[in-house]
Design a protein around this ligand. Structure first.
Ligand SMILES: [Fe+2]
Length: 198
């Protein structure tokens, strides 16, 4: 049988090593826990995170419902476009909620608060929403919501930059901005096509 060389000269040395590891593991953990509590005091406001989450939820909700209710000549392409958008947003939302909880607390993803704010937002932005509107109106609603979201994302980024924004959060907010600029492009192109037709 092949003999495996040990890094320890004796079993006492091996035991000593394990004891040291255990001790340093405890010390490290204590250090980590201390840093985690400091990290939580980084002025990340769970309520602010919650409002942001609600807004992105509202955009996603709108897309999913437009996917169902859109109708008319451009039905199939609209149906697919809104599906693509709400699916993309659902992935973003998952990332956003998990990041927020990690940086603040579970309060930032409270289901009651989030849906309440999202619902208030949608009803204040679209007071006379009609489910039988034409596809041009729906696309205008979506574009309006995206532009509002980009404004909010900008303001959110500025607010976070006042303190020490974590690199991960910075990256997430920027990539969300990039993704929503793409949404604006897609919706604008759709408008161009429809305006030629009308
Ligand atoms: Fe569907």
């Amino acid at each position: 049988m092949k003999k495996i060389a040990s890094i320890f000269k004796s079993s006492e040395e091996k035991l000593e090593f394990y004891k040291d590891c255990f001790f340093s593991k405890e010390t490290i953990e204590k250090g980590i826990f201390a840093s985690i509590s400091k990290f939580n005091e980084q002025n990340y406001d769970a309520n602010m995170f919650n409002r942001y989450l609600a807004m992105i939820r509202a955009v996603s909700l709108m897309y999913q419902h437009l996917h169902w209710i859109t109708a008319g000549d451009s039905f199939y392409s609209d149906h697919l476009l809104y599906e693509r958008l709400y699916k993309k947003l659902s992935e973003e939302i998952d990332e956003v909620a998990e990041k927020f909880i990690g940086l603040s607390s579970t309060e930032s993803a409270c289901p009651i608060q989030t849906t309440k704010i999202a619902s208030d937002l949608l009803s204040s932005l679209f007071p006379g929403f009609e489910t039988n509107s034409d596809s041009n109106t729906f696309a205008a609603y979506a574009l309006y919501l995206e532009i509002m979201f980009l404004e909010l994302n900008n303001a959110f980024y500025k607010k976070l930059s006042e303190t020490n924004i974590s690199l991960g959060l910075d990256d997430m907010v920027m990539s969300i901005h990039n993704s929503h600029e793409e949404n604006v492009y897609l919706l604008k192109q759709k408008f161009k096509v429809q305006n030629i037709k009308n």
